[in-house]
Each structure stands twice: as C-alpha cells, then as structure tokens.
Design a protein around this ligand. Structure first.
Ligand SMILES: N[C@@H](CCC(=O)N[C@@H](CS)C(=O)NCC(=O)O)C(=O)O
Length: 280
C-alpha cells in the first residue's frame, strides 16, 4: 500500500468499517458468515464453539516494527487496548544500526514505526498513537476533549519528539563520533568536538529536561493524572533512553514512573513480541 501523506492527514475520519479496503470488507463479510453449524447441545458438549480467529479477531492493523526502536510504543498501545494486529519485524543493520532498505517500501523515509490501519498508512508515532486511540480506543487512554488534561496530553505528545528527543539523539551521535574508526590524527579532534557539544549543549539540556519531568510528576501517578494516557506511552521511549544514558539526571519520580510502565502486563507483552527498547 503506497504512502499517501494527503490521505493520512486529510482529517477525514473513517469508521473502522469505512477504513477497510473493499477487498478486506468482502473478506470480513465472508469471515463473519462463518458460523458453527453444529447443534447447540453438541457445541456445549464438545467444549464450546470452534475457535475461528478470522471471524472475531481478524487484524486490520499492521505494525511495521523496527527492533530497538520507538515502535515499541505502538505495540504497547495496541496491547493496552487489546486490539488484534499483525507485526512485521525489521532488524537493524548491526554495523550502522540503520533500518533495512525494505522499510522504504512502506514509507519513503524508511523509518519506523509505520502502521497500516485499514486503507490508511500512518507514520510518526504521535500521530499513530492518537489515530489508533481515537478510532479504536472507545475513550480509553485519552482525556476527554473538554477536560484540562486534554491540552496537557497534547503538549506531551509533541514535547516527546520535538523537545526531549533532540538532545538525546545528539548525545548518541556524539558517542558514535567518539567510537568511530577514524585515522589516529583525527581521533583527538573528533573527541574534543564531541566533548564540547556534550558539555555545552547536551548535558545542560538533559539536566533541565529531567528536572522538568520530575516536577511535572509531582502529585501525579502518570503525566496526565491518575490514569495512563497516550502521552505516557509516547514519552516512554525518551524516558527509557534518558534513564539508560544519563541515569545521574533521572530523579526518583521519573524512575518510579518507568518502573510502573515496565510493570504493566501490556508493556511486557509488547517487549515479548517486539524485543527490547534500548540496546543493552
Ligand atoms: N519522529 C519519528 C521518528 C522515526 C524514527 O526516527 N525512527 C527510528 C527508530 S527509533 C528509525 O527508524 N531509525 C532507523 C533509520 O533511521 O534508519 C517518530 O516518532 O515516529
């Protein structure tokens, strides 16, 4: 299914049934028509109806998942909502850690996550989480639109990728530059530049972000109050990265939040299916 940004952001809200392609709708009708034709007494005596997964749980959602990546949060959301889905798993190149070229067939940027939901191809994790929760969540994981936490949730959905991820990425890149196989006479210069960027930009920013997150968790179990929302799911990846890469900046509330996330059965099911979030 080719990527079509206009279709993805046109704002047209299709119902799950409308969102299915004609072929899928026909197949769903065929599946729904599959009924157990045994007499009721025989069904009961033989331990209930025949399991027919294509009838009641045929997934229309496909997650293109890259190992050790942000796409864990999509798996976590789907597990929280108990939605059926198919996962296509991609391995990173062990040397460059880049995604394989096959991901570019799904979306021109060749990055994960990408989700196919019915006839729509959706990229950007924040959009994916919002779309899936709005379309299939029955009000779960989203504050009500007129509740003050709605704006808060939206803020953290954007903050995660727009503000928190950049210094974490620069930190990762600086570490790569320092470890890169460079000629011996270039290595000390590269090291000096990486250390300078770390000292001037990365460390002060990460310290400030960690302190901000710690304050925002005062008197709150989750970022938008007592209930888990998509904002916590979206923040989970940078928080995992922050706690693993700069543990000295992570305060007690942030660490406790991370433990609460990891303890959720849905989070663990996502890990079991998609593999770890951050490299060891
Ligand atoms: N802002 C995007 C970022 C997507 C992104 O950069 N994904 C990374 C995984 S963490 C990726 O696919 N990297 C592989 C590559 O660049 O080759 C989102 O939140 O979905």
């Amino acid at each position: 299914m080719p990527w079509d940004a206009a279709a993805s952001v046109s704002g047209k809200r299709a119902s799950p049934a409308q969102a299915m392609g004609a072929q899928q709708r026909a197949s769903a009708r065929r599946s729904a028509a599959m009924v157990d034709s045994r007499p009721a007494s025989a069904i009961a005596a033989q331990g209930g109806p025949e399991p027919n997964p294509t009838w009641y749980s045929r997934p229309v959602i496909t997650v293109h998942h890259l190992e050790l990546s942000r796409s864990h949060r999509v798996l976590w959301l789907l597990e929280e909502l108990a939605l059926p889905y198919t996962m296509v798993r991609y391995a990173r190149d062990p040397k460059t850690m880049l995604a394989p070229p096959t991901l570019s067939a799904v979306h021109p940027l060749g990055k994960a996550p990408v989700v196919i939901d019915g006839d729509r191809t959706i990229a950007e994790s924040a959009v994916i989480l919002e779309e899936l929760a709005e379309r299939h969540g029955n009000g779960r994981l989203l504050p009500e639109r007129d509740h003050p936490d709605f704006a808060r949730c939206r803020y953290f959905m954007h903050y995660a990728e727009g503000s928190l991820m950049p210094p974490l990425l620069v930190k990762l890149l600086c570490a790569r530059v320092k470890d890169a196989p460079l000629p011996f006479f270039v290595k000390p210069i590269a090291r000096k530049i990486a250390d300078g960027v770390g000292e001037l930009f990365v460390e002060p920013n990460l310290r400030r972000h960690a302190a901000f997150l710690e304050t925002e968790l005062t008197d709150r179990t989750w970022f938008c109050g007592d209930e888990l929302t998509i904002a916590d799911i979206q923040l989970s990846y940078p928080i995992e990265a922050l706690v693993s890469r700069v543990p000295e900046h992570a305060g007690p509330r942030l660490r406790a939040l991370m433990q609460r996330m990891r303890a959720r059965p849905a989070y663990q099911r996502a890990l079991a299916k998609g593999g770890p979030v951050i490299p060891e």
